[in-house]
Ligand binder design. Structure first.
Ligand code: ADP
Ligand code: ZN
Ligand code: ZN
Length: 739
């Protein structure tokens, strides 16, 4: 008997498909990939996505179960998006079912219809009269009827309360036949005729060259790296390219690092165009997300803007993809499906044959390398568009200088001068809280986290010790937990401490703190920024939240309290991240008339990378860093995959990784000369975190093809290792963070 077999991807970590028979009464052969099917799975039900229809199965006939129901008449996923998911699962060695779970809106995974929301509309019935005797003594019903009569197209159910329409009154009117309810789809707004809601700026020569290069790539795949210093007018280039895409009848997809931090960016896109903008970010409800996703899929949104996961938004008429701040770490997902949205966006642009533009003032070394090798077209913009001068970067050697809450004497002087000149100061410090450690001066006790190999941070304002790695909290002790003495001292400085100190040093000026603790309230950030925009002399102190996308035209001095962490860290990317952060913070300064100055406190004032960065700028730094990577054989000159494992008992994670390592060695022995090296297993740099013991095994390869051949053979074996059940393990292809 030749039976039709449905091969489904199910939301499971297992890297395989699951076979089912077609649901009763459904002709299996007519089904197409992407359709959703409800199936029994153990004692539960699951929703799977059809990958292929076959006619035989390895599963014995009597074990093959029929699916329960077909959920779609056509696949809710357009073929292009389905293809992207297949590619993603394959590349990141992740289960396809789980990949689809990350890529699809929640409601679709739960079986919701893949249709825009149906809305109920209330109408006054034909011939209904306000003088109807049945409502003569019901003033609220009369009022409701009168309001409805003023809306000949009906009132959407969701707007009832806005119009002060009372649902009970409407129900009574409905029972009397004086009103009617109609269910219909909210009609999409039509496409506009005139795209521009505000005039465009005249592009300068550098902008014009970048614009023209990308413009000439429309209609086919081309990747461009737009490396333009902060303020060079990258956003204006994006805007004009988007206008071109819209005029050509296409949609544009724009990824930005964080929506909540960059409201100015989103506002600029919304203000420029008469366009239907779909905004996708983590603050949306499931329904809002699905509606935005559907609008993009059905061509009812012209511009799609979102964070990392918006990469998986389908488009009916894709025309252009833009990745703003392409170096930003938030494009890499660090859990579950560990994809990099920038890298996948390039793949997607290739699959959909559209141009992609990666923009940054501080491009990642990967992207610069791709530009050097000709994979990306390199577009440079050196000048600030508004005519502002670039800031000057100065290294302040603080060896043997006393630091007062992290702030040296010369820096205090520079801050004072700036404030007295009526300007603003930005103090950057990459550490929240009051101090990173609490120390007992009598016995040497340190505030270690009971669950991690890390210290708990002192949060003076909330009276807590808090671990920034696992979230563990304790009351700030008054006495040493070990010797009961009271001489407890916070060691080092975080933003809270710098804020306190600056307030004491400069009592006549406002000091505003910006970090995750100070801005957790929804409007806090907004209040802060309006204060700053007013422009009186003041001090802003904060973490990298300050580095993102904001314009502070009155800031003329930027102080970086400590740049050294990035220079001697064991993480080979630390110096790149430090340089990007310094340049991004520096880019906030002196954006208008006043030129800006950046003072970097360091104990390593002669470090070659720091000298390059401050004297010759980011691109000189990047060349130096790239040549160091080349000689060390590190990415982008090699490719990495990191196998991580963690377990409750010490030794378990290593034991699993030892077996994994043997399996990989056996494969390498069978296929010699692949240019692959195994490094480890070793304990993770922070071995214990949140109560688990962690270890890792790094795979380093000179070629991507060989690496992927190893990975796909290897993962099948790993899934079957019995010791894998006692540990949590995961594979990270192209890891950004080696911790
Ligand atoms: P970036 O995105 O590269 O940081 P922006 O696009 O934010 O730069 O531009 C910086 C400033 O320069 C903005 O205030 C912007 O309005 C202005 N600007 C950009 N392009 C031009 C132009 N061609 N002429 C005049 N001003 C411009
Ligand atoms: Zn003590
Ligand atoms: Zn902890």
């Amino acid at each position: 008997m030749s039976d039709v077999i449905l091969r489904l991807a199910l939301p499971s970590p297992l890297r395989r498909l699951f076979d089912y028979r077609a649901p009763a009464g459904v002709a299996g052969r007519t089904l197409t990939p992407g359709m959703r099917v409800r199936v029994p799975f153990g004692r539960r039900e699951m929703i799977g996505v059809l990958v292929e229809v076959g006619d035989h199965s390895e599963v014995p006939q009597d074990k093959l179960k029929p699916a329960r129901a077909l959920l779609d008449e056509v696949s809710p996923l357009p073929p292009a998006l389905f293809k992207l998911c297949l590619w993603t699962a394959q590349y990141y060695q992740h289960s396809l079912g789980d990949t689809l779970s990350w890529a699809l809106p929640n409601l679709l995974r739960q079986g919701e219809l893949a249709e825009a929301r149906q809305e109920r509309y209330w109408h006054a019935a034909d011939g209904a009269s306000l003088s109807d005797p049945r409502i003569a003594r019901a003033p609220r019903q009369r009022e409701a009827l009168q309001t409805l009569a003023q809306h000949p197209h009906g009132v959407a159910h969701s707007l009832l309360s806005k119009l002060q329409l009372n649902k009970d009154s409407l129900d009574l009117l409905l029972a009397k036949g004086l009103v009617s309810v109609e269910v219909r789809r909210q009609l999409p707004a039509p496409r506009h005729e005139h795209w521009l809601a505000q005039p465009e700026l005249t592009l300068n020569d550098e902008q014009q060259a970048a614009f023209a290069a990308v413009r000439s790539g429309f209609g086919a795949f081309h990747a461009f790296l737009l490396a333009g210093v902060t303020g060079s007018g990258k956003t204006e280039v994006y805007l004009q390219l988007i206008r071109e895409a819209l005029q050509a009848g296409k949609q544009a997809l724009i990824l930005i690092p964080e929506i909540n931090l960059g409201p100015q960016t989103v506002a600029r896109f919304e203000q420029r165009f008469n366009a239907r903008v779909a905004l996708l970010h983590s603050g949306l409800s499931d329904r809002e997300r699905l509606d935005a996703w559907l609008a993009a899929r059905d061509g009812e949104a012209d511009i799609i803007i979102g964070t990392r996961s918006a990469l998986f938004t389908p488009m009916k008429h894709p025309g252009l993809i833009i990745i703003d701040e392409e170096h930003d770490g938030s494009y890499k997902q660090q859990e579950g499906l560990r994809y990099h949205a920038r890298d996948l966006a390039v793949v997607r642009a290739h699959q959909e044959q559209v141009p992609i533009l990666l923009g940054s003032a501080t491009p990642s070394l990967e992207s610069l390398h791709n530009a050097h090798t000709g994979r990306y077209g390199l577009l440079r913009m050196h000048q600030r568009a508004g005519g502002a001068q670039p800031p000057r970067l100065l290294r302040l050697d603080v060896r043997s200088l006393p630091l007062d809450s992290g702030i040296s004497g010369p820096l205090q002087q520079a801050i004072r001068q700036t404030l007295e000149a009526g300007q603003q100061v930005l103090v950057f410090l990459n550490r929240r809280g009051f101090a990173p450690t609490l120390l007992c001066h009598d016995c040497g006790w340190l505030s270690g986290c009971p669950r991690c190999d890390a210290r708990m941070t002192v949060h003076q304002r909330s009276g807590l010790l808090r671990c920034h790695h696992c979230g563990h909290e304790e009351r700030l002790p008054q006495q040493c937990p070990q010797c009961d003495h009271v001489d407890l001292r916070p060691i080092g400085a975080g933003t809270e401490r710098a804020e306190d100190r600056l307030k004491l040093l400069f009592p006549d000026y406002p000091v505003l703190r910006v970090d995750r603790d100070s801005t957790s309230r929804k409007d806090a950030m907004h209040t802060l920024f309006t204060t700053i925009q007013r422009g009186q002399p003041s001090i802003l102190v904060g973490t990298q939240m300050l580095a993102k996308g904001h314009h502070f035209p009155k800031v003329t001095l930027v102080a970086v309290l400590n740049a050294d962490g990035g220079l001697f860290s064991g993480d080979f990317r630390a110096s790149e991240h430090m340089a990007q952060l310094i340049m991004q913070v520096a880019g906030r300064a002196g954006r208008a008339e006043e030129p800006g100055k950046v003072i970097i406190q360091t104990h390593l004032a002669e470090h070659p990378l720091l000298v390059q960065l401050t004297e010759q700028g980011y691109f000189a730094f990047a060349e130096q860093a790239l040549s160091e990577r080349r000689s060390a054989g590190l990415p982008p000159f090699s490719h990495l995959a990191l196998l991580r494992a963690e377990a409750h008992k010490p030794g378990q994670a290593e034991a699993f990784l030892d077996l994994a390592c043997s399996a990989a060695e056996a494969w390498l022995a069978a296929f010699p000369q692949t240019g692959i090296e195994l490094l480890g297993p070793v304990p993770a740099p922070m071995e214990r975190r949140a109560g688990r013991f962690r270890a890792q095994l790094l795979v380093q390869a000179s070629g991507r093809a060989a690496l992927h051949r190893l990975l796909s053979a290897w993962l099948v074996q790993l899934e079957q290792l019995p010791s894998g059940r006692q540990v949590r393990w995961s594979l990270d292809v192209d890891p950004v963070d080696l911790y």
